[in-house]
Write a protein that binds this ligand. Structure first.
Ligand SMILES: Nc1nc2c(c(=O)[nH]1)N[C@H]1C(S)=C(S)[C@@H](COP(=O)(O)O)O[C@H]1N2
Ligand SMILES: [Mo]
Length: 247
């Protein structure tokens, strides 16, 4: 089988059919899928693209199932994991060290007020704290305490268009991720300013703590927040991790 160039656009009619069938039948064998899409198992590129498109389709099903009122479990001080594990796409010693005084959180996209925020201004907003479990896709979890501003409060303060579909995050270490608006508005989603320990590697000065999502969708060292209707993807999402990755 020769490798021909295939773009996602080539799959559109087939994908629509697959979506319809998945809705009707709930399941479809992989063999049947490859036949429907006209690609073979040898055509790695096509299979990858098809699975990626299916994963994004799955995101929409998961988002539809997401209950914005359902809360992640909370814990007590005696449950805290110490020391709290560190993780990033680089070694611990390479974690960015950010000057809190010079820090400005940038805001862009579908937002009324794009003025950047100083740390002291974020601190002046209403603060809450919560103890929740962080679950990493790599197979570990840890209970930690995060404090900060309910993210919904922050989005309202900047005049975010909360009818938009996505909120994206760009980080000081070039990491990125994004979430759907219902998750951004979830009562436990926090613009975190206090971390499990005082060490800056856990996300200083701003982390978005989302206990309804896997760890990789909890961006640390956030430099910019933007609101958009185009799925921004993210560092791991673009490498094939399931975009929704939550409950
Ligand atoms: N900026 C940034 N945020 C990030 C990451 C990263 O590499 N850079 N890694 C993610 C992953 S995979 C995990 S598990 C958690 C780890 O957070 P922790 O160091 O507080 O345990 O951060 C997430 N957010
Ligand atoms: Mo992770």
């Amino acid at each position: 089988m020769s490798k021909r160039k295939i773009s996602l656009a080539d799959f559109r009619p087939q994908l629509r059919r697959i979506e319809r069938r998945l809705f009707l039948r709930q399941s479809l064998s992989f063999g049947a899928l490859t036949m429907l899409s006209g690609c073979t198992l040898k055509d790695d590129d096509a299979v990858d693209r098809l699975l990626f498109a299916m994963s994004r389709f799955n995101d929409r099903v998961q988002a539809a199932l997401f209950d914005p009122r359902k809360l992640a479990p909370t814990y007590t001080e005696s449950d805290l994991t110490a020391p709290f594990p560190f993780n990033a796409f680089y070694e611990e010693k390479l974690a960015p060290v950010i000057d809190g005084g010079g820090y400005r959180l940038r805001i862009s996209g579908l937002v009324e007020n794009k003025a950047p925020w100083r740390l002291s201004e974020l601190r002046a907003l209403p603060q809450v704290s919560q103890i929740t479990r962080h679950v990493c896709v790599e197979g570990w979890s840890a209970i930690g305490k995060w404090g900060g501003v309910p993210f919904r409060t922050f989005l309202e303060r900047v005049g975010a268009d909360t009818t938009a579909r996505f909120v994206g995050f760009r980080c000081a270490d070039n990491y990125s991720t994004s979430v759907d608006m219902p998750t951004a508005l979830h009562p436990q989603t926090l613009l975190a300013l206090d971390f499990p320990t005082r060490e800056t590697k856990y996300g200083f000065p701003v982390k978005i703590r989302i206990p309804t999502k896997l760890g990789f969708k909890n961006p640390k060292h956030v430099a910019e927040i933007f609101v958009t209707n185009d799925n921004p993807g993210g560092y791991w999402e673009d490498k094939g991790y399931n975009w929704f990755s939550g409950s």
